[in-house]
Design a binder for this molecule. Structure first.
Ligand code: KIV
Ligand code: ZN
Length: 512
């Protein structure tokens, strides 16, 4: 699906490169996020998924920084992935040797070029910096590596010096020239001017590495691509130093949907990749994060949900399936009649007009009191409404337990099911188990249930303590319901809680 009528975006007005490479640096710049450290195994998992997604290049780490980085790079290399693997290096022979030692064939070598980096970090003259860069590119090329050269802090470097160092490293054999916007100061219009100037002066493929300090990394990267950049550095979820880098999923989906440029990645893998990276890095996604946030395809307001239910494109620029995400209709103060009807239909709950109005009003008033109504809340409200209008289908009529030394306890349970009394005796590992086995046997022709959760709590102290039992049961159609009961007898409390949940499931089944 691509957007139509985008008058301002015409591919023929852009200077697009024939091939746009995706260079993912989640495992390097992403790992430089404060507080993030990935194990070798975690790096392998992410690299494998990036490869399956189809990114062209994966920067696997900074081999000179630790033996673990070399080890991780080697192990990822051993996977024989299709993506090209890259190692970061400063302009030091020992760093290039570490990349070679890590079994990598592609080095991303960098040196600071801006006045700030020259004067305060490197304390080197322009000439010394150029010489170092040239020497290292030559050394890496002599050792058979593909070389991408980054002028760190390029966007705060004097234009003539940037051109000078790029000219020199191209002469030394650099295969890619990279423009890091190290502290994210670019704006789209400045990016346009800079990349156009570079493209007019260099034939060597141009890469961009943009940080997100002002939230402009994706916009700037798109602008660079419009102006002919051949490669974009990105990270999953936009993780990276400080506020991160250009986000892989935002860039690729903008290109695909808004520009109509399909890079051939398997975009349906984005959501699961995002979840994995979020879990392994410990960086939670804001709910409103584009593409992969929890709200990316969530709708609450009546007007929007009405539109979505008729045609999802009314309020979604792309389908959740395109990125492996899912649509959510959220209930709350903005909920409309259509959203509630659709939710009830999803759960096979059929209410009459009066019951529907009561449930609708309750959801609105919960919303007004600041509460977001979950699906479980809705089921509970609707079932309560249904139960109050109908007879309880299953009622307990009798219970006795017999226990002896070295014999399993036996429970005899009598139930009235839809007005008919039935009785059976069952054994179990304990009295509760025996009683629940008897219940299961008695209701087996009425409903096939599974007890998913059973929690017992004593709510007062002493031997006459009240027992509170909470259960969750499900039926074979996937409907789930909770049950709760309080009784002085644990076995009775357990049976009543289970019957409470079974009766709700029966009401759902019968309302379909
Ligand atoms: O942001 C940056 O400047 C970098 C360099 C190592 C390229 O990450
Ligand atoms: Zn960076």
């Amino acid at each position: 699906m691509t957007l139509k009528n985008m008058e301002t975006l015409k591919k023929e007005d852009m200077n697009l490169a024939d091939k746009i490479y995706i260079f993912d640096t989640t495992l390097r710049d992403g790992e430089q996020t404060p507080g993030v450290a990935l194990t070798v195994d975690e790096k392998i998992q992410i690299a494998q998924k990036l490869n399956n997604l189809g990114v062209d290049k994966i920067e696997v780490g900074f081999p000179a920084s630790s033996p673990g980085e070399v080890n991780a790079a080697r192990k990822i290399k051993a996977r024989d992935l299709d993506s090209t693997l890259v190692g970061l290096a400063r302009c030091l022979v020992s760093d290039i040797d570490a990349v070679i030692d890590a079994d990598l064939d592609y080095v991303h070598s960098f040196i600071g070029t801006s006045p700030l980096h020259r004067d305060y970090k490197l304390k080197m003259s322009k000439d010394e910096i150029v010489q170092k860069a040239v020497n290292i590119v030559e050394y890496a090329k002599d050792h058979g590596l593909t070389v991408e050269f980054s002028a760190e802090d390029a966007t705060r470097t004097e234009r003539d010096f940037l051109f000078e160092i790029f000219n020199e490293v191209v002469g030394a054999g650099a295969d890619f020239l990279d423009i890091p916007d190290t502290v994210g100061v670019l704006t789209p219009i400045v990016t346009h001017e800079l990349i156009t100037d570079l493209k007019n002066n260099f034939k060597t493929p141009l890469s961009v590495h943009f940080h997100n300090d002002f939230g402009l990394a994706t916009a700037n990267t798109l602008t660079a691509i419009e102006c002919g950049a051949n490669q974009a550095h990105v990270t999953v979820n936009g993780v990276g130093e400080r506020t991160g880098n250009c986000s892989l999923e935002e860039l690729v989906m903008s290109l695909k949907v808004a520009y109509g440029i399909d890079l051939g990645l398997d975009t349906a893998r984005f959501y699961s990749l995002s979840t994995l990276v979020s879990r392994l890095t410990g960086i939670k996604m804001p709910i409103n994060k584009p593409i992969v946030g929890a709200n990316a395809f969530a709708h609450e307001s009546g007007i929007h949900v009405h539109g979505i239910l008729n045609n999802a494109s009314t309020y979604e620029p792309m389908s959740p399936e395109m990125v492996g995400h899912s649509r959510r209709i959220v209930l709350g103060k903005h909920t409309g009649v259509n959203a509630l009807k659709s939710k009830l239909k999803d759960y096979h709950i059929d209410l009459n007009e009066n019951q529907f109005r009561k449930v609708f009003d309750e959801i609105k008033s919960l919303g007004d009191s600041g509460k977001c109504v979950t699906d479980d809340d809705l089921i509970a409200i609707a079932i309560t409404e249904l139960s109050s209008a109908r007879e309880t289908p299953i009622v307990i009529k009798g219970l006795s337990i017999s226990m002896g030394a070295n014999v399993s306890p036996t429970a005899t349970v009598k139930l009235e099911i839809d007005g008919v009394e039935k009785e059976t005796a069952s054994t179990g590992v304990g009295p509760v188990d025996a009683a629940l086995n008897a219940v299961r046997e008695l209701i087996q022709d009425t409903l096939d249930i599974e007890l998913e959760e059973y929690n017992l709590e004593a709510i007062t102290g002493g031997t006459d303590a009240l027992a509170e039992v909470f259960v969750i049961s499900s039926d074979s159609n996937g409907n789930r319901s909770t049950g709760r009961s309080t009784n002085q007898d644990i076995v009775m409390a357990s049976i009543l809680a289970v019957l409470d949940s079974i009766n709700k499931l029966l009401l759902i089944k019968r309302s379909i």
